[in-house]
Design a protein around this ligand. Structure first.
Ligand code: ADP
Ligand code: GLC
Length: 470
């Protein structure tokens, strides 16, 4: 099957979180099982691909309401990537330093989606499937089914993956002119609560909808930031498929970011070396249990309650903490304060640092994920692979992947994102850490778990097949 993914992120070229990891891995695994998957990504300014490494495949203009914008598409074929990457460039719109966060984001992403389809139209063979991810690419299925400009795409099945329904990309109808022409009678497909809502539009117009874990699919029926009734209405075309991990990128035996590589047979010495290095960098003693946190500092991740819980824990227990994150400035400040107040026991890096995230999985004994909302969560899966025990709130994908040690599982779980429950979980972790042999046995078992994309890529392939045959 020829599969085209449209996404705002794709590791290693553009990543703000797990979406980048998924789109950088799933196509590779689809190709390994004999398909032909490619990724379309906006050509952001920070993407460092020299002229030698890319080939110009398309040059034209795209007409938005306020004028015509020069656009081009470059193909990058790098063997290690495992799939062809198409960088879509729209002058003045895609070439910004950051992926998100601009006032004109809706216009930027519409331009990206339109140019991607314009380019596909010029190809000898059309894709068998178009797979879009989150609201940034959610207008593709609408354009394919409703806009005469793209009428040849009407018969091509589309699949939307919802990675996070909190963000829907709404914008006022007055900007509908950024889209290609479509019949006035179809404007309802774009509307949700009086706004153009790209995520709602995708749920209405894609042939199939997936969420990134089965539990998240169920949770969305109750809490979907206003889209509950729509998801209930479209329930028959929705399914939860658990994300996988790129087991080549996330492999402690070969990970180039690590101080010392290790595997299930020598993880004790290997992890100790990584812990000593990280602790040394942050002035912490490597002899204490080390608790890590890695994540975007937003309400969903529960970092506010985490800070309160850590204060309690740091006052009563002998633990060290390593924090890596960025986002909400108030939370960033709290992280910094904590590391100032508890200099000997807390290290914090405010910012995004890919290499350090690998170091934390390899060095920390426990990884804290007190998320209020976690559609899938990849951190806990990376933690398992690196022998670091996840401590998670039972929600979404965390609920689907982490079983408590009290039920013979490999993690520590709690019901709610409250400072009390998080600090109790930390206390349980410290007690378990003291049972050295039992703890090591769990670490060995975690590292042998297989959450690679191999399994879930087949589930996606089977969904694609069903759509093609329908
Ligand atoms: P989300 O997509 O909601 O952020 P996931 O658990 O799916 O959550 O994925 C998060 C990804 O982003 C992981 O690869 C994690 O290691 C990475 N990550 C998050 N914050 C940072 C950071 N500050 N520095 C480096 N990597 C980070
Ligand atoms: C989103 C979710 C996260 C998920 C990731 C990849 O960012 O917040 O839980 O793992 O997408 O699907």
């Amino acid at each position: 099957m020829k599969i085209v993914h449209f996404s705002a992120e794709c590791y290693p070229f553009a990543k703000a979180g797990g979406l980048g990891d998924v789109v950088g891995a799933l196509p590779k695994y689809l190709n390994q099982i004999g398909h032909n998957a490619a990724v379309f990504l906006p050509f952001y300014a920070h993407i460092d691909v020299s002229k030698k490494e890319r080939e110009l495949r398309y040059e034209n203009t795209v007409s938005l309401a306020d004028g015509s914008y020069p656009c081009s598409v470059y193909e990058v074929t790098e063997e290690a990537l495992g799939f062809p990457l198409f960088l879509v460039s729209v002058e003045g719109l895609t070439n910004r330093d950051a992926i998100y966060g601009y006032e004109d984001d809706p216009k930027r992403f519409i331009a990206f989606q339109r140019v991607g389809l314009q380019f596909l139209k010029t190809q000898k063979t059309l894709p068998d499937i178009i797979h879009v991810h989150d609201h940034h690419t959610g207008l593709v299925p609408f354009m394919m089914t409703q806009c005469p400009e793209f009428s040849e795409f009407k018969v091509i099945p589309t699949l939307l993956s919802i990675h996070n329904a909190q963000y829907q990309g709404q914008f006022p109808h007055e900007y509908g002119g950024w889209l290609p022409e479509f019949p006035d009678s179809q404007v309802g497909l774009l509307d949700w609560d009086g706004m153009i809502n790209p995520l709602a539009t995708a749920i209405k117009t894609a042939w199939r909808v997936t969420t990134v874990s089965p539990s998240y699919m169920k949770e969305l029926q109750q809490h979907a930031n206003g889209l509950e009734s729509l998801l209930a209405h479209e329930a028959q075309k929705c399914i939860g498929i658990l994300n996988g991990i790129d087991a080549e990128t996330w492999n402690p035996q070969t990970d180039p970011f690590l101080e010392t590589n290790y595997g299930p047979t020598n993880f004790v010495t290997g992890r100790r070396a990584n812990k000593e290095k990280l602790c040394d960098t942050y002035g912490l003693s490597p002899s204490l249990p080390l608790f890590g946190f890695i994540g975007r500092l937003v309400w969903e991740k529960g970092a506010d309650e985490l800070v309160s819980a850590l204060e309690v824990a740091l006052n009563t227990l002998d633990i060290n903490v390593i924090l890596l994150g960025s986002g909400d400035p108030a939370l960033e400040k709290k992280f910094e304060q904590l590391s100032d107040w508890y200099k000997k026991n807390v290290g914090a890096y405010i910012g995004y640092k890919e290499s350090m995230s690998h170091d934390v999985y390899a060095a920390a004994d426990f990884l804290l994920m007190p998320s209020r909302v976690e559609p899938c969560g990849l951190n806990q899966l990376y933690s398992f692979r690196y022998g670091c025990m996840p401590i998670v709130r039972k929600t979404g994908g965390l609920k689907d992947t982490v079983i408590d040690i009290a039920q013979d599982g490999l993690g520590i779980t709690h019901e709610e994102t409250t400072s009390n429950q998080i600090s109790e979980a930390i206390e349980r972790a410290v007690l378990f850490y003291q049972q050295k042999e039992a703890f090591r046995k769990k670490q060995r078992a975690m590292m042998k778990l297989d959450y690679s994309w191999e399994h879930s890529a087949k589930l996606y392939a089977s969904e694609y097949q069903k759509l093609i045959k329908s």
